[in-house]
Design a protein around this ligand. Sequence first.
Ligand SMILES: [Zn+2]
Length: 175
Amino acid sequence: MGPLTGVTCTRFSLQAICKVLYGGLPLARARAHYDRKEQLIAAGICDDLRRVCLFCLLTRNICVMESEWHFIFHCPLYTDLRTGSLFRRRAAEVGSEHCSFPRPYSILFRTLPLCIKEPALANQLGSFIRLSLRVREGWLEEAVRGGLHIGPIVCNNAHVYCNTVEFANGVASSL
Ligand SMILES: [Zn+2]
């Protein structure tokens, strides 16, 4: 990468992109909901399943790792926040969350360099991340406070799926 002297995106946007690059967003892929570990275990969500997107598991019966690419491109919790040319351009490429190919993370890897080249796109991504993290925190707070209710069949199927290569690659599965 060349010098960053020409970068004109906001400081927050640059921070957000850096966090995506080094896995620093507070998502379950890396953090496994450690700050709510006890509540998850009480609901039967343990081991690798703690890396799941709780919103998709509890509201859609979909098992998918809460990765950066699921958070940015797929999770319906943030659909209304995906505005601007960044997401319009990517929409055709994103494809189904249930497909292994192209690899779900490949869209993210193609998007980040664009954001470095075009500050407006970096600002859109930064803004999305800032607002979505707030929505995520609010939803999680409410969901955990109300008790995580997950049926035994869904829970069992999710445990089986979370040990597969597809789950590790971020592919979604209906339970
Ligand atoms: Zn989700």
